[in-house]
Design a protein around this ligand. Structure first.
Ligand code: SF4
Length: 137
C-alpha cells in the first residue's frame, strides 16, 4: 500500500488553501492501492495557515510561533495509518516541512533549500519505507 501526500491528490490542504495535483503521480497510482494523508491537517492545523519551516529541532512560523507539537502530532497519527495499512512506499510533496524528501527550506523563510527531510519523511525513512517526491516521476 502506498502513502500519498493528500495535496498531490488534489486535496486543498496546503498552507495556501490549495491542492497541488500531480498528473504524473496520478498516472503512477492508477490501478494501485494507496491512501492519501495530510499530516499537518491531521495534527490540527487549519487550512489555509501561515507557512512553517524546520528550524533545528523545532517547526516555526515566520513570526516565531512554534507549531512543533501540531507537526509531531500529525506525524504520530499518520504513523498509525502507516501501520494499519502496512504502508511500504510513500509519494510525498517535495520541500514541505512535513512531507519534503531530500530537500527542505533552510528555516529562514528565504526560499533557500538545504539537504533534509520533513518530519513525516524522517519518520517514514526510519521505518525503512521507500520515499519519493512528485519531482521524481
Ligand atoms: Fe501536502 Fe504534506 Fe503539506 Fe499536507 S503536510 S499540504 S500533505 S505537503
Amino acid at each position: 500500500m502506498i502513502l500519498v501526500s493528500a495535496c498531490l491528490l488534489g486535496e486543498k490542504c496546503r498552507f495556501d488553501g490549495q491542492g497541488k495535483i500531480s498528473p504524473k503521480v496520478s498516472q503512477f497510482l492508477e490501478g494501485k492501492a494507496y491512501v492519501g494523508v495530510c499530516p499537518e491537517v491531521a495534527g490540527g492545523l487549519g487550512t489555509p495557515r501561515p507557512p512553517a519551516e524546520i528550524v533545528g529541532e523545532r517547526v516555526l512560523r515566520a513570526d516565531g510561533t512554534d507549531v512543533t507539537r501540531a507537526f509531531k502530532t500529525g506525524v504520530d497519527l499518520t504513523l498509525k495509518i502507516v501501520d494499519e495499512f502496512q504502508i511500504d512506499q510513500a509519494v510525498l510533496k517535495a520541500r514541505s516541512p512535513s512531507c519534503g524528501c531530500g530537500k527542505i527550506y533552510n528555516g529562514e523563510f528565504s526560499r533557500t533549500l538545504i539537504d533534509g527531510d520533513g518530519l513525516l519523511t524522517q519518520a517514514l525513512k526510519a521505518r525503512q519505507i521507500n520515499c519519493q517526491t512528485e519531482d521524481e516521476f
